[in-house]
Ligand binder design. Structure first.
Ligand code: THU
Ligand code: ZN
Length: 309
């Protein structure tokens, strides 16, 4: 079994048709992205736009190759990068990076696509709205469907290397949440009035589970990956009306770990915990399958907790 490795080009400069960074600038940005776990804040964006004398959208597209450096693709070696331009809770423009993540010797359907990774990054980290997504390649049908779960999905701007589109142009006659009678969406969820009965559980893990978008299964669930030296990484379950492009809480958490430039291996990971909603559990099987593709990781700790109003 292969362990996850990154496509990191340590001594190269980032230069493409949009922007050009020298080696020192490229390295500084790479390490800033790792420290900030795949996020560039509005002050970072403003500083870079001034330094490079480019607009926000040129910067957004210009940084996509750097997002693809966070790809972990041991099967395809095809490195997809995506960056969401979103608004944080204060309405500030923020860039949320994403990259595909593959799991060796597991069903190909478990892969996290670059677009999912970037949207998940925005969603987990408090973004209130997605404005645009810049991608290194044309999004597949599965990603178009995943994006169709967003609030204002039809209007979403998709910036591709050669051309820009609205999601509605790439996904006409779409199937979405309203076809199942769901008036909510990934960035506009139903108000959460539940809590878990057992108050002794990890508070952050509980809040990530309660923040899960689970209109179809009601399994409020989240995963916590604790590392030895780099803190904790959380992921929440994000469902999709077409079911298959749903993002499991473990995929969500692993993708966050990869965006910090870390490996999912026994040197890095201390423990992995899944919290699920009693009576609605559906995640431990897939989580164990994903874990099984890495050698020597700790066994999954599974907690089933009862929801209380
Ligand atoms: N991939 C994406 O990340 N996004 C797409 O929309 C196209 C495909 C990834 C999935 C897999 O890791 C690799 O590219 C080959 O399909
Ligand atoms: Zn895709």
């Amino acid at each position: 079994m292969a362990s996850a490795t990154f496509k990191v080009q340590h001594n190269t400069a980032l230069s493409n048709s949009h922007i050009s960074l020298n080696v020192a600038q490229t390295q500084a940005l790479r390490s800033q992205l790792k420290t900030q776990r795949g996020i560039l804040y509005s002050s970072d964006i403003k500083a870079l736009c001034t330094e490079l004398n480019v607009s926000e959208d040129i910067l957004l597209q210009g940084l996509v190759p750097m997002a693809s450096e966070f790809s972990v693709a041991p099967i395809s070696k095809f490195h997809v990068g995506a960056i969401v331009k979103g608004l944080d809770s204060q309405g500030n423009t923020t860039f949320y990076f994403g990259a595909n993540a593959e799991f060796d010797h597991q069903a190909l359907s478990l892969v996290v696509h670059g677009e999912q990774s970037a949207i998940n990054n925005a969603w987990l980290n408090g973004s209130k709205k997605i404005l645009k997504i810049a991608i290194s390649d044309v999004p597949c049908g599965y990603c178009r469907q995943f994006m169709n779960e967003l609030a204002d999905a039809k209007e979403l701007d998709i910036l591709l290397p050669a051309q820009n589109f609205k999601l509605a142009e790439l996904l006409p006659h779409s199937f979405g949440p309203t076809d199942l009678g769901n008036e909510h969406s990934l960035f506009n969820p139903a108000e959460q009035t539940n809590c878990f009965e057992n108050k002794q559980l990890d508070e952050k893990l509980m809040s990530y589970a309660l923040a899960a978008y689970v209109p179809y299964s009601q399994n409020y669930s989240a995963v916590k990956i604790s590392t030895f030296e780099n803190g904790d990484f959380y992921g929440s379950y994000a469902e999709n009306a077409a079911y298959s492009p749903s993002l499991s809480p473990l995929q969500s958490a692993v993708s966050q770990l990869f965006l910090a430039g870390l490996s999912f291996d026994k040197q890095t990971v201390k423990s992995v915990t899944l919290l699920e909603t009693a009576g609605h559990e559906n995640q431990s099987g897939v989580a164990k399958a994903v874990l099984a593709s890495f050698t020597g990781l700790p066994t999954l700790e599974v907690i089933s907790a009862t929801l209380a109003k």
